[in-house]
Design a protein around this ligand. Structure first.
Ligand code: NAD
Ligand code: LMR
Length: 340
């Protein structure tokens, strides 16, 4: 009885805070990292964010002190790297963004990050499941194709899984696709809307140019490859100093803003995301990235893949093979190594 009343009260508070009063607490886990710092700055610049909570295993309070001097209205708090600090950072959060984890070095695939990042994400997901089970979770840490299923398993184990509120951030893939197309076509990237589906790693990234204003581009193998391996371009150029951070911060801020806009009542907010999806469940693939309409409760509508041409059909086939393995790897990891 008491628990039910408490849940009702929490639900009322959320509805009141996130929608009616437009108050939004956003928590960044991994806030002192290459992505975390510029992402925190961009979130501080977003008037929809009223409370910004910054947590990292090192340097969270320092980044918070710095960002807090930016003269926008929101409050910024940095938390100590303790279980209590993490719990306080998460309490009452509407959106939790997770860029915590190691980035690639040249020669590595995203899957090579699994051994380090799987347990980091599992433990942060556990903390979120305990402190803010109703929050929207935006996973940036790689390999996204596996870290998102890891979060789902952790939430399921605690009986608080809501598939509508778990997102793997694949925004950077559509950001890159629109930019690369604009370079070829001499257009403004903001006018390019390229659908990218599948996952967030190599051949699991499938751009669907046949559905764009430039259907001819689906036979441009060089462009398709550039979208699929755009991350490698940055990893190589940074030469051992990490992977995309600034463009990722922009993409993460865009996805966070989309979730907040929808939470605050805006209609027709559509972003791509890697989510628990019915599209390929009949093939044993429980997560898939496609265009998603967002609403006050998270995922509102999942768009089908739609018509694809023969070249894209082949890309999709290759995508599904890898995706299935990546998802299974995340699920097995939690089964063998449950969060304590
Ligand atoms: P980074 O090493 O610069 O920063 C990671 C931060 O995470 C560090 O500050 C570190 O202290 C922190 N951290 C580590 N363990 C933590 C824990 N348990 N709790 C809280 N914080 C913790 O790395 P980065 O360049 O910011 O990249 C972060 C992750 O994002 C990588 O896994 C990278 O592959 C991924 N990434 C994803 C995308 C995408 O499109 N989804 C794009 C770029 C990078
Ligand atoms: C990206 O797409 O830039 C990220 O996933 C980082 C990486 O490892 O390439």
């Amino acid at each position: 009885m008491f628990a039910a009343r408490a849940v009702f009260a929490a639900g009322q508070r959320r509805a009141f805070s996130a929608s009616a009063r437009n108050l939004s607490k956003v928590t960044v886990l991994g806030a002192a990292g290459g992505i975390g710092q510029p992402l925190s700055l961009l979130l501080k610049m977003n008037p929809r964010v009223t409370e910004l909570a910054l947590y990292d295993i090192r340097g969270g309070p320092g980044v918070a002190a710095d960002v807090s001097h930016v003269n926008t209205k929101s409050t910024v708090t940095g938390y100590e790297p303790t279980p209590e600090g993490l719990a306080s950072a998460l309490k009452g959060s509407d959106v939790v963004v997770i860029p915590a984890g190691v980035p690639r070095k040249p020669g590595m695939t995203r899957d090579d990050l699994f051994n380090t990042n799987a347990s980091i994400v599992r433990d942060l997901a556990k903390a979120a499941a305990e402190s803010c089970p109703e929050a929207n979770l935006l996973i940036i840490a790689n390999p996204v194709n596996s870290t998102v299923p890891i979060c789902a398993e952790v939430f399921k184990a605690r009986g608080v899984y809501n598939p509508k509120r778990l997102f793997g951030v694949t925004t950077l893939d559509v950001v890159r696709a629109s930019r690369f197309v604009s370079e070829i076509k001499g257009t403004d990237p903001k006018d390019e809307n390229i659908t990218v589906v599948g996952g967030h790693s190599g051949v699991t990234i499938v751009p669907l140019f046949s559905q764009s204003k430039h259907p001819d581009l689906s036979s441009n193998d060089k462009l398709v490859n550039r979208v699929q391996f755009g991350g490698d371009e940055v990893v190589k150029a940074k030469d051992g100093a990490g992977s995309a951070t600034l463009s990722m911060a922009m993409a993460g801020a865009r996805m966070t803003d989309a979730v907040l806009r929808a939470a605050q009542g805006e209609k027709g907010v559509v972003e791509p995301s890697f989510i628990d999806s019915p599209l390929y469940k009949d093939q044993g693939i429980d997560f898939f990235a496609s265009k998603v309409e967002l609403g006050p409760n998270g995922v509102e509508k999942i768009f089908p893949v739609g018509d694809v041409d023969a070249a894209e059909e082949k890309l999709l086939e290759a995508c599904l093979v890898d995706l299935k393995k990546n998802i299974a790897k995340g699920v097995s990891f939690v089964a063998a190594n449950p969060a304590k």
